[in-house]
Design a protein. Structure first.
Length: 277
C-alpha cells in the first residue's frame, strides 16, 4: 500500500493524505463473520459521559477476527484482503480445506491465493501461526498471546511487530516496539510477519468533516472552561491554567506513571526506553 494525495482543488484536498486502498476488496464483508456495532457515543449504561469528544461517525459492521488461531493441521487459502474500519491494519479472509472461513489480521507481503497454516511443526513463513518455542530468535512476529490459549494481545496495530531475543526456562524473552523486554510462556502462539498498512501513521485527515466520520467530536481546551468544569478553568481574561497540565479529573498529563499491576511486574525483564528530552 502507498499514500495518496490530491490536487488542491479545494481547501480540504490541499492537505489531505490518505492510504491508497485500490488493491483491497471493494465489496461488502463476509456476512456470517460480522455483527452490528452499535456506538455508545462515550456514554455508560446510565447515559453519563465517560469518554469525552466521542460520538457520531459512520455506521460500521464489526468483523469477528479470530485472534486464537486454534484450527491446526489444516491449510487455509487467502481469499481476499479487506479494509476494516474497526482497526488500523488490514484483515484477510481465509478458507480452510473443510470449507470454514475465518478473518485473520493481514501481515505485509501476504497475497491472494497464498497458503497459511496453524500448528507446531510447520514452515517459518509469513502468515503462519505457531508457539514461540518453534520460532527462531530475531524473526518478526505479531498477534502474540500473553498466556497460552488466551488469544493474541500484543502487536495487533498497523505496521507493528515484536521479536524474540532469547529464552529463559519455560519463557521466551520478547522485545516489544517500545524497547520493553517481557517474559512470555513459550507455549503461547504468535504469527510470523509484520502487520500490514505501515503508512497509517503518515495520513493527514485534511478536514474537520473526516474526523466526524470517524466518530471524533470537537475538543475543547480546559483553559477556556469554567472552574466547575475543569481544573484549568476560570481566571480573569486569558490565562494559562495556573498549574501543570492535568485531566478534567485532576490527573497529571505530564508523564505520570499509572501502571499499577504488581502481579505481572515479575515478567518484565527490562522497562521500556524513555524518550530523550
Amino acid at each position: 500500500m502507498s499514500l495518496k494525495s490530491f490536487k488542491p482543488y479545494t481547501k480540504s484536498t490541499r492537505g489531505t493524505i490518505i492510504v491508497d486502498r485500490s488493491g483491497l476488496w471493494k465489496d461488502k464483508p463476509y456476512k456470517p463473520l460480522t455483527n452490528n456495532n452499535k456506538s455508545s457515543r462515550g456514554r455508560n449504561n446510565y447515559g453519563r459521559i465517560k469518554s469525552r469528544n466521542t460520538g457520531g461517525g459512520h455506521k460500521q459492521k464489526y468483523r469477528n477476527i479470530d485472534f486464537y488461531r486454534k484450527k491446526n493441521d489444516m491449510t487455509a487459502e487467502v481469499e481476499r484482503i479487506e479494509y476494516d474500519p474497526n482497526r488500523s491494519c488490514h484483515i484477510m479472509l481465509v478458507k480452510f480445506e473443510d470449507g470454514e472461513r475465518c478473518y485473520y489480521l493481514a501481515p505485509q507481503d501476504i497475497r491472494i491465493g497464498d497458503k497459511i497454516q496453524n500448528g507446531n511443526d510447520i514452515e517459518i513463513k509469513t502468515g503462519n501461526c505457531m508457539p514461540l518455542q518453534s520460532i527462531p530468535v530475531g524473526i518478526n512476529i505479531h498477534n502474540v498471546e500473553l498466556q497460552p490459549g488466551a488469544g493474541g494481545k500484543i502487536a495487533r496495530s498497523a505496521g507493528t511487530s515484536v521479536t524474540i531475543s532469547g529464552t529463559d526456562g519455560i519463557y521466551s524473552l520478547v522485545k516489544l516496539a517500545s524497547g520493553e523486554v517481557r517474559k512470555i510462556n513459550s507455549r503461547s502462539l504468535a504469527t510470523i510477519g509484520i502487520l500490514s498498512n505501515p503508512d497509517q501513521k503518515n495520513i493527514k485527515i485534511g478536514k474537520a468533516g473526516r474526523s466526524r466520520w470517524l466518530g471524533r467530536r470537537p475538543h475543547t481546551r480546559g483553559v477556556v472552561m469554567n472552574p466547575v468544569d475543569h481544573p484549568h478553568g476560570g481566571g480573569e481574561g486569558k490565562s494559562a491554567g495556573g498549574r501543570h497540565p492535568v485531566s478534567p479529573t485532576g490527573q497529571s498529563a505530564k508523564g505520570l506513571k499509572t501502571r499499577d499491576n504488581k502481579r505481572t511486574d515479575k515478567f518484565i525483564v527490562r522497562r521500556r526506553k524513555r524518550k530523550k528530552k
